[in-house]
Write a protein that binds this ligand. Structure first.
Ligand SMILES: [Zn+2]
Length: 283
């Protein structure tokens, strides 16, 4: 096998093969509203998003707890305002909570002042309700503006996890660590379903098929050695019974095969410190 080294050659703690992060975008019904835009999608479609609040989140938390796993939850400010108790439950589990917009709408076209306002509102909600200061950000609908990454850095964030440009983490000129994601390792790509469009969006793969796709991706990335794998999930999609079982099997598969499973802030700090050490060695 050709041993690819496309990344910067980073070595993970204790000789682990790959850094894996379990990330949950707890969007509730805002995911439905923001995907469909301003169309009236009706309360029945909205209820699909509320499944995450009423049912899916509890399954995700139970699965994390029984396997003693760390995780990062990206939560829009409006979700914290509307559903404070579930957000407190996430915080009580010592899971990391990070910024994911205020209303979850695409931010393209907002002024710097408007995006700053979104950040301020969401940060104060995360601090007030969840008792944490967010250290990371992920753009809602995977959208960022030209100034977003600088804005995050100026506000003291450690990392962003929105871009899609590679499978390894890197440090931007402004000091922010980027932890790229991949739409193929995202439950949205396989399980999002809606009638609320001109043509129904029908992504209902069999969990076993997704498990095979994800296992293959894990094996390939772990073989390359200096990579990360961010599992991007939504409680409203992955939290259905058959799917959460599939996720648990996948996590056990990775654990048995040398994964370092950590939350995003831990991996980002490791990347930043590692980069600094490398820099010091080079002098
Ligand atoms: Zn989202």
């Amino acid at each position: 096998m050709i041993h690819l080294k496309n990344g910067d050659g980073i070595q993970w703690p204790e000789g682990k093969r790959i850094a894996v992060m379990l990330t949950f975008d707890f969007d509730a019904e805002l995911l439905r509203y923001s995907v469909i835009g301003k169309k009236n999608i009706g309360f029945a479609d909205i209820s699909r998003g509320q499944y995450g609040v009423k049912e899916g989140l509890q399954r995700c938390l139970a699965m994390l707890q029984r396997n003693a796993l760390p995780a990062t939850f990206f939560i829009p400010g409006q979700v914290i305002e509307k559903y404070p108790e579930p957000c407190k439950a996430i915080a009580a589990g010592k899971y990391e909570i990070a910024y994911h917009g205020y209303d979850h709408n695409n931010t393209i076209g907002l002024t710097r002042e408007e995006e700053t306002e979104n950040l301020e509102k969401s940060e104060s909600l995360i601090e007030k309700i969840c008792g944490q200061k967010p250290m990371g950000a992920r753009g809602p609908l995977d959208a960022l503006q030209d100034f977003s990454l600088d804005l995050f850095s100026q506000r003291g964030y450690l990392y962003d996890s929105t871009l899609k440009d590679c499978d390894w983490p890197y440090v931007l000129d402004n000091g922010l660590v980027e932890l790229p994601t991949d739409v193929a390792i995202d439950d949205f790509s396989y399980f999002y379903f809606s009638y609320a469009d001109e043509a129904p969006i029908n992504c209902s793969y069999l969990p076993d098929d997704v498990l095979e796709i994800w296992k293959d991706a894990y094996d390939e990335l772990a073989a390359e050695g200096d990579k990360i794998m961010i599992i991007k999930l939504h409680p409203q999609l992955i939290g259905r019974v058959s799917r959460i079982n599939m996720l648990e099997q996948f996590i056990l598969y990775m654990k048995q095969r040398g994964a370092w499973i950590a939350d995003c802030r831990t991996v980002a700090q490791y990347v930043k410190d590692y980069g600094m050490e490398k820099g010091a060695e080079a002098k």
